[in-house]
Write a new protein. Structure first.
Length: 141
């Protein structure tokens, strides 16, 4: 007997489409950070938070699953770092294939940026300045 598919509950990020997932762009940000330098999972999460990407990384498990998936696709590699005190950490690095995808993402995001700017400019011409509250970065506690 086939298993019933469980209904997915997704937190609303926009009241206009309450069941739509927000654009996370997690993969390109991970590739970008690994292009800058190697890093382990929680370090990458901290670096993304420093960039203001809090909403994208509320689930550390999701970040780790994404890293594993990226490694399986040959976009990144990992090795265990046992040199420091404490438990070993898996350190990730970008591969040439990952660099190629990073460049593709940069072009795709540039194209998206142009479209989003066109939308916002048209909206402002019709409605005036945006009435939605600005997203405020939380200060580190």
């Amino acid at each position: 007997m086939p298993r019933k598919r469980q209904k997915s509950t997704v937190k609303p990020w926009c009241n206009c489409y309450p069941t739509e997932r927000p654009p996370r762009f997690l993969r390109p940000f991970l590739l970008l950070l690994l292009r800058e330098r190697k890093g382990h999972g929680y370090e990458l999460i901290d670096r993304m938070r420093e960039m203001g990407l809090e909403y994208s990384i509320q689930d550390a498990g999701y970040v780790y699953r994404t890293l594993r998936s990226m490694e399986a696709k040959g976009l990144i590699t990992s090795e265990w770092d046992t040199a420091n005190a404490g438990p070993a950490k898996r350190v990730y690095a970008i591969t040439p294939k990952g660099m190629g995808l990073l460049h593709e993402w940069a072009q795709a995001l540039e194209n998206l940026k142009v479209s989003l700017e066109a939308f916002l400019e048209a909206y402002e011409r019709m409605e005036g300045k945006l009435h939605a509250p600005k997203i405020i970065k939380k200060s580190p506690e």
